[in-house]
Design a protein around this ligand. Structure first.
Ligand SMILES: NC(=O)c1ccc[n+]([C@@H]2O[C@H](COP(=O)([O-])OP(=O)(O)OC[C@H]3O[C@@H](n4cnc5c(N)ncnc54)[C@H](O)[C@@H]3O)[C@@H](O)[C@H]2O)c1
Length: 390
């Protein structure tokens, strides 16, 4: 198949603001470029850094009017919520420590929020955000980026249709190797805050990447965790937070699973992958080769499905943008989350009812589950790697 994708399907254009994503930041620019892919929203306001000078530098570079560049996110939330041409949503891409207070400030001002993961430090805070969003009828996205890949959505649909039978075992892993050296002492800003409990929260490795495994497995399989047993290791010298984690999981349907996340696994750049085993088949996907899905069905030859060529189910197909063999990647996956989220905001603005497909983006309830997962892993590990109820 050689056609490209067909636009967003909804009309209109929104304005958004950003908190975080200043000079040298990682994910803020990924969000901006991903949002720009579909042309459904333009950036109009920002507080990109705790340094106003840095906010001005980033804002000027993006062509944002100076009166919409703010010294703090509190000031931004207050000023934007009072404007006639206020932002339609805000994107929060600061280190974890400010997610809760920033998200609460914008929700309280009636502004929808997209926040990066993990949603915040404590489950009670996450619950407060979810309740506030619900009370104020505000859509709230949490950017678990990897669920935006078409092949992931196809895997999910295959499982929902029962094509691999009942799930009996799941293996999810996310190995990286960037923290095998003490980057936090060698000038890496990203490593500095991730290894500092005051800025990252109670976990580094599980919070940063184990949370992606939890969300991915939950999204693809629909399984609910019943109990977990986790051992969090601090392998890098002097580390106070985990940089490697081994987690066993039991689900409410009786299936079992194992999650491994690591930042000290030499040879792995960003090795997120899942394997799901059912009574009639198995499915396997990895983010470093994201356009392909390995499928083994009982009595059939093993197959490698190719995005764009092998007829994914409609929802997955609708998010495939270019012909097969032309690799899509991280930006497109993030863009798919935004395309859905912004599409839902646009529909909501015109009073239309939102369907399950309109709401197929990771949301604040997924964020709450993620924060709960991190807390339970830490609790289990601190008690000596014992089983704890979820
Ligand atoms: N979804 C994903 O795949 C993914 C990938 C990477 C990071 N993340 C998440 O994104 C968030 C940011 O991570 P990063 O690696 O981009 O961090 P980073 O350190 O590269 O960037 C953080 C930015 O936030 C700014 N900032 C800090 N405090 C601020 C405040 N109070 N107000 C305004 N700006 C402030 C910093 O100046 C910097 O520009 C983290 O929560 C992380 O877990 C998600």
């Amino acid at each position: 198949m050689i056609e490209g994708s067909t636009g967003s399907g909804v009309s209109g254009k929104l304005r958004y603001g950003m908190v975080g994503g200043g000079p040298g930041a990682f994910i803020g620019d990924v969000h901006r470029k991903s949002i720009a892919l579909d042309g459904m929203a333009d950036i109009a306001a920002g507080c990109f850094s705790r340094s106003y000078e840095n906010t001005l530098a980033t804002g000027d570079g993006l062509g944002i009017a100076r009166d919409r560049l703010y010294k703090t996110f509190d000031e931004m939330a207050e000023a934007e919520s009072k404007r006639a041409d206020k932002i339609d949503f805000v994107v929060i891409v600061t280190p974890n420590v400010s997610h809760f207070s920033a998200a609460r400030a914008f929700l309280s001002g009636g502004i929808p929020v997209v926040c990066d993961k993990p949603l915040c430090f404590e489950e009670a805070e996450a619950r407060e955000l979810a309740d506030l969003a619900k009370k104020n009828k505000l859509l709230f996205g949490v950017t678990y980026t990897y669920t935006g890949f078409p092949a992931v959505k196809h895997a999910r649909e295959m499982i929902r249709r029962g094509e691999i039978g009942d799930i009996v075992y799941v293996a999810g892993e996310y190995p990286q190797d960037w923290l095998i050296t003490p980057q936090e002492k060698e000038g890496s800003k990203q490593a500095e805050w991730r290894t500092d409990p005051k800025l990252a929260g109670k976990s580094n490795c599980v919070g940063d990447i184990g949370s992606h495994v939890e969300n991915m497995i939950s999204y693809v399989t629909g399984l609910k965790i019943k109990s977990i047993c986790a051992r969090l290791d601090k392998i890098g010298p002097g580390r106070v937070l985990d940089d490697n984690a081994t987690i066993m999981v039991e689900y409410t349907n009786g299936a079992k699973g194992v999650y491994w996340s690591s930042q000290i696994a030499m040879g792995y750049d960003n090795g997120l992958q899942f394997r799901v085993f059912g009574t009639r088949g198995g499915i396997e996907w990895r983010v470093e080769d994201p356009n392909y899905l390995k499928v083994s069905l009982l009595g059939k030859p093993r197959a490698v499905l190719s995005r764009g060529r092998d007829g994914f189910y409609p929802r997955a197909q609708s998010l495939s943008r270019i012909p097969s063999g032309h690799p899509e990647g991280y930006f497109e996956a993030m863009a798919n989350i935004y395309k859905t989220y912004i599409g839902a905001l646009l529909k909501q603005k015109t009073g239309q009812a939102l369907t399950e497909e309109d709401l197929d983006f990771p949301d604040v309830e997924n964020g709450v589950e993620g924060v709960k997962f991190i807390g339970k892993c830490v609790e289990s590990s601190q008690k000596g790697a014992v089983w704890v109820d979820f």
